[in-house]
Design a binder for this molecule. Structure first.
Ligand code: ATP
Ligand code: MG
Length: 341
């Protein structure tokens, strides 16, 4: 039997280059070898967008198109909508007992996001608890592998702790390997955390520093030409820094093998102060547009056929719900909640 992958994205905006190198690329590569489930995390998106349900709804369609356009194949991968699997909410309730408030508050990603969103002391409980419902998303499908960006490492760690605790408490006499939940492994992408166009350490939908997979050639050009580079460099004749410079990070991440020689030459000249930012940026525009062209073409095909996209989501959601129902029967049995069996 194939091992299972579970991962997903929040429908809070269009997917960007960070999503590609952090997770989407792995999903495309692994969909033959694994039984893969990819979730549109609308419930999680609502934890910090609860006053804006229309935004979340609109982005379900956008993110689904992003998936299909990068080559996630619905005949190999199950794409589904989180809110339509109510069994996950039920499992979350049981998991809430297994995690302390102190443990949640120690989660470094939650800490950072709370600061970024400016909740102050008014943190919605749903937001603080989202790692627990995320554990339920992963475990209800009994996933073995979770391909995500670096910022999700603490979430997968917490998921493993919950699985371990559940198995220990309720696994009873089940032998190892036949426990209710597997402890899933994390797989971080080729670039664990892609920088933003503004130099912020993470390209992120909510920071407005993204290059989207659906951006037009003109949008890519405009964003790249306005990109942050080496802040200490004023004139093209000043020696520049390549390491940590977003323009060179993107060239390394999205250039093909054929671009490598040119990129190396640019790096050398940049260090010596023999080339201006503009010239390197123009090259990056070319590289990115070449990378995005096939993605744009596939997107245009699916955009012409919204009924097909809807059908893919409907079928995928039905399949995921079936799997979740099966797990909950086992969970309730293990927890002695199967009164009427
Ligand atoms: P939001 O700002 O709404 O949280 P986001 O841009 O962080 O959006 P998510 O939907 O939260 O995107 O993340 C989806 C997946 O993409 C996660 O696995 C996350 O780790 C990965 N990811 C997001 N941004 C990056 C990035 N800049 N580099 C690498 N991986 C990323
Ligand atoms: Mg995020």
């Amino acid at each position: 039997m194939k091992k299972r992958i579970m991962t997903g994205d929040r429908p809070t905006g269009k997917l960007h280059l960070g999503h590609y190198v952090g997770s989407l690329k792995d999903r495309v590569a692994l969909q033959d070898e694994y039984d893969q489930f990819v979730m549109l995390a609308d419930v999680q998106a609502l934890t910090d967008n609860f006053e804006n349900p229309q935004k979340v709804r609109d982005n379900i369609k956008e993110v689904a198109l992003d998936y299909l356009s990068v080559g996630i194949d619905p005949t190999k991968t199950t794409i589904y909508i989180q809110s339509q699997i109510p069994q996950t909410a039920e499992l979350t309730i049981y998991f809430l007992n297994l995690v302390t408030l102190a443990r949640l508050e120690r989660n470094p990603t939650v800490k950072e996001e709370m600061k970024q969103k400016g909740f102050g002391s008014e943190v919605p409980v749903g937001f603080l608890a989202y790692p627990i419902s995320q554990a339920a998303d992963i475990l209800i499908l009994k996933a073995n592998l979770v391909p995500v960006g670096e910022d999700q490492r603490p979430m997968v760690e917490q998921t493993r702790e919950i699985a371990r605790k559940f198995n220990l408490l309720y696994g009873g006499d089940l032998p190892a390997g036949r426990q209710v939940f597997p402890e899933p492994e994390i797989k971080v992408g080729a670039v664990a955390r892609l920088v933003g166009t503004d130099g912020n350490s993470k390209m992120s939908k909510s920071l407005g520093n993204t290059i989207n997979l659906s951006d037009s050639e003109e949008e890519v050009e405009k964003k790249v030409m306005g990109m942050y580079t080496d802040p200490k460099r004023i004139h093209p004749t000043d020696p520049g820094t390549v390491e940590g410079n977003p323009v060179f990070i993107y060239l390394d991440a999205f250039g093909t093998d054929a671009d490598q020689e040119q990129v190396n030459k640019f790096k050398e000249s940049y260090r010596k102060g023999q080339i201006g930012d503009v010239e390197v940026k123009k090259y990056l525009v070319e590289v990115l547009n070449k990378f995005l062209d096939p993605i744009r073409a596939r997107r245009a095909e699916f955009e012409k056929n919204p009924e097909l996209v809807e059908e893919i989501l409907k079928e995928g959601t039905k399949k995921a719900r079936g799997e979740a129902e099966k797990t909950m029967i086992e969970v309730k049995k293990a927890m002695k909640l199967n009164y009427f069996d």
